[in-house]
Design a protein around this ligand. Sequence first.
Ligand code: RI2
Length: 327
Amino acid sequence: MMIPPDIEEIARKIKTMEIRGAALIAETAVSCLKSIAERSRAKETNEFIKELDIVARRLLDTRPTAVSLPNAIRYVMYRVLQAEERGEGIDSLREITVKACDEFIKNAKEAIGKIAEIGARRISDGDVIMTHCHSTAVVAILKAAKAMGKSISVYATETRPLYQGRLTAEQLLQNDIPVTLIVDSASRYFMKRVDKVLVGADAVAANGAVVNKIGTSMVALAAHEARTLFFVAAETFKFSPETIIGELIKIEERPKEEILPPEIAMKGLKGIEVRNPAFDVTPPDYIDLIITERGIIPPQAALTVIQQELGPIIYEKLGMYSTYRES
Ligand code: RI2
């Protein structure tokens, strides 16, 4: 089967980050699987599964770090493969696929609502918050805190090289939350004025380490030094089951043109070595709390979350759709 052009276009947009954010790429991938299931003309179950499988692998190929992506795909494929093993027919498989996709998206939306509510309770009236990059979960918490009548203000780092901090600032302004945009390297300069740092996550490892946008660990270090609380907001589908067996989360390296566009490279920098890692790892020692839809946990409880929330995937189909396997 050829991948349909509209799905190919979505995969391209995820790779170029026109569609971005760990939760959104997971939800988008699941919507693609749903669309494939709905339009499939397969007569045999194995043909149907092959169609899903090709699209699943194409989507997994787009971005390697956000664990939400393989976890979302496994959520759907695990249920479909189980149904096939039970001997269900093609119509039933289609129905099960669509249901699993709808369920994942519904759960993801509900998770954000719960994280907003739980997280907002941890914000005090008058708090000055610092955030890095753009996280749907973080913005939801800040909006909920404001809705609870808490007066807050935010320092948003611009987040080089793609400036997702501008998006955060825009969304906060739209919600009448005072925000100051700063360059990433000013985060330590302003840290003494900050009560809490709040960031999102692309992946949470079994030991509680958090993988998030490059620069997060530097902000965490500055927070640690200033004794400023450091909170992470992450849905449980961002927790990485593979890390239980010692796999490392792969850090995406993006094109050097994001840092050095060709017109600048012409001026004496042509051919220069540029590195552009998109994420870094913040050790659990620098993290005070992780806010999940199941409640607030210390980073040390990440393993328990993985065991409870992602159990069947871990024990039966861990290798399935792992972004780690080929690395
Ligand atoms: P939500 C983003 O990655 C950022 O690192 C952000 O903190 C994280 O995903 C979580 O975002 P990128 O796609 O899922 O910008 O909370 O590379 O929206």
